[in-house]
Design a protein around this ligand. Structure first.
Ligand code: COI
Length: 353
């Protein structure tokens, strides 16, 4: 892999700095280009510096772009552990197909990531709860205003040392059930990790934040009846001993932390269902005392307990606003594997030295 070195390195955030999410970026990035003539080519690690783009570049106009989120963790023996990267590459190529972006070679992306991480190892924060967030992205780079798939793309990976996604850390989140705006509909782009899904979610997100909520809990677009996801997390509910997560009906992102939690739960013998779950079922369970836990899962959010859900102006407290036992078990198991504190029973830790 070609590596272009920079003359001066940036100053790293001092140990103990509140890193937040996506505020600091490392010295280098991985890039690779696509043209119709050459396919994917020119893979290299280069200094992470601003790039000039013509303002008619199609990504600015029609959002033909996709991204991923992964994390690298410093292991007790000093090596680097990345959580299930092959799952992210596979999902990114599925997103690419949905967005008419040419499939990229996953082995080249992985090699680029490994070269980049070895070079940027000193940027991996080493406190529990922190990680080096990995953001692979593909954007359409053809200078053109016609509404067609681009014939040129840029693939890049940037890195950001991060702390907790939510400003309040592991404190249970408050969710506002959105019954007007929708995130995605069947046949839409909800199961692809494409840029537009996140832009479309911002209006409802702002309104929820103004009311003091952390996130929006989306319902299905057709009937505004079934729980879908939170945008930055997939949702799980524990009702009367059954652990339920909405089935991947086509408008929900197939989360890798979601998949990992389902695996752990099934391995440990919990009663697990991937099925449609209506908001009426959730609030009825909250009312009759059978809603034991609710939590979200995601790369950035990890496993986040949900302490309060507001639906149609009524507040439903979950587990007295505290993290529940299953949520804690999943948090401890997933982060224990990620930080190299637990044996990697399922082969989810990709070690880079
Ligand atoms: C992630 O969890 O990595 C995400 O992409 C969610 C969000 C930060 C956009």
């Amino acid at each position: 892999m070609k590596v272009v070195l920079r003359e001066h390195l940036k100053e790293k955030p001092a140990a103990g700095t509140a890193l937040g999410f996506g505020r600091y970026f490392t010295d280098y990035m991985f890039t690779m280009k696509y043209t119709a003539e050459k396919g994917w080519h020119d893979a290299k690690v280069e200094p992470n510096e601003p790039k000039p783009f013509d303002l008619a570049t199609s990504i600015f106009h029609y959002a033909q772009g996709i991204f991923e989120g992964m994390k690298a963790f410093l292991q007790p023996d000093g090596s680097i552990g990345v959580f299930r990267p092959e799952e992210n590459w596979a999902r990114m190529n599925r997103s690419a197909e949905r967005m008419c972006i040419p499939r990229f070679p996953e082995e080249v992306a992985q090699e680029g990531l490994e070269t980049l991480l070895k070079l940027e190892k000193d940027w991996i924060p080493n406190e529990r709860g922190t990680a080096l967030y990995i953001r692979p992205t593909i954007v359409a780079t053809r200078v053109m205003l016609g509404v067609h798939a681009s014939t040129e793309y840029l693939f890049f990976i940037i890195l950001s040392p991060v702390g907790s996604y939510y400003a309040h850390g592991l404190e249970p989140t408050k969710l506002l059930v959105e019954d007007y705006y929708v995130r995605s509909s069947l046949g839409g782009t909800g199961e692809a990790k494409c840029l537009g899904n996140y832009a479309a979610s911002m209006k409802a997100g702002e309104l929820a934040e103004e009311k003091g909520f952390d996130q929006v809990l989306w319902l299905d677009a057709n009937e505004k009846k079934y729980v879908e996801e939170v945008g930055s997390m997939n949702m799980f509910f524990v009702i009367g001993g059954e652990v339920i997560t909405p089935a991947l009906v086509g408008s929900i992102l197939p989360g890798i932390t979601r998949k990992s939690c389902l695996h752990i739960l099934r391995e440990k013998g919990y009663r697990v269902s991937e099925r449609r779950i209506s908001i009426d079922e959730v609030v009825a369970a909250a009312e009759n005392g059978t809603l034991e836990e609710a939590f979200g899962t995601g790369t950035a959010a990890v496993i986040s307990p949900v302490g309060l859900i507001r639906y149609q102006n009524k507040d439903y407290s979950v587990n007295g606003g505290k993290m529940g036992a299953i949520t804690k078990m999943l948090y401890d198991t997933v982060t224990g594997i990620q930080y190299g504190e637990l044996p990697d029973e399922y082969g989810w830790r990709k070690i880079i030295r």
